[in-house]
Design a protein around this ligand. Structure first.
Ligand SMILES: O=C(O)CCC(=O)C(=O)O
Ligand SMILES: [Fe+2]
Length: 173
């Protein structure tokens, strides 16, 4: 796992964040848990990288993710954490839909949020806390997903919105 600060310049990251926050792309997903249907505690959006209607600035963001990592991606997932109450539970990204061995890159915009990273081995449940700053890029190898879980926990102090852009390489349908 490699964390790099300032991959996107501060002014650019701020402009991307403000624009995406106001874009009509966000959806509220529902998920069945414990036999009840609940709102996913964040808003999401998804685009194929070759979507001719790809909203600005996702084309630029994709190009920068490729340039910074040397990888190529064909899928862009977006998460909007509206405030400190939004979160994503500890999980590993589903590898079944992804091309074997391809990494996942996460660009962060807006408020800094803390990520928890935890080994899946219960005998060694050491947790790493990583603050994901705006303009940063976190590169997670494919293998990372088999050894570690990651999540963005809720916080108790007031926080403004954060957007993450997740670049992945999906298998052709
Ligand atoms: O928002 C983040 O940085 C993490 C998002 C995530 O884990 C995911 O989309 O699978
Ligand atoms: Fe994830």
């Amino acid at each position: 796992m490699v964390y790099q600060d300032n991959v996107i310049a501060p002014d650019e990251a701020a402009a991307w964040h403000a624009h995406l926050l106001d874009s009509p792309i966000w959806r509220q997903q529902r998920r069945v848990m414990y036999e009840r249907e609940l709102d996913v505690p964040r808003l999401t959006a998804h685009f194929a990288a070759d979507d001719p209607g790809l909203p600005w600035p996702l084309g630029e963001a994709l190009a920068q993710a490729c340039a910074a990592t040397g990888a190529s991606f064909n899928s862009i997932g977006l998460n909007l954490y509206r405030d400190e109450h939004d979160s994503v539970a500890m999980h590993n990204d589903r590898l079944g839909d992804l091309v074997d061995g391809c990494p996942i890159a996460l660009i962060s915009l807006g408020e800094t949020r803390r990520m928890h990273i935890r080994s899946k081995k219960h005998l060694a449940p050491r947790r790493l806390d990583l603050d994901l700053a705006p303009g940063s890029l976190l590169l997670m190898s494919w293998e990372t997903q088999t050894h570690y879980d990651h999540g963005i926990p809720k916080q108790t102090h007031p926080l403004g919105p954060r957007i993450s852009l997740a670049f992945r390489t999906r298998k052709p349908a």
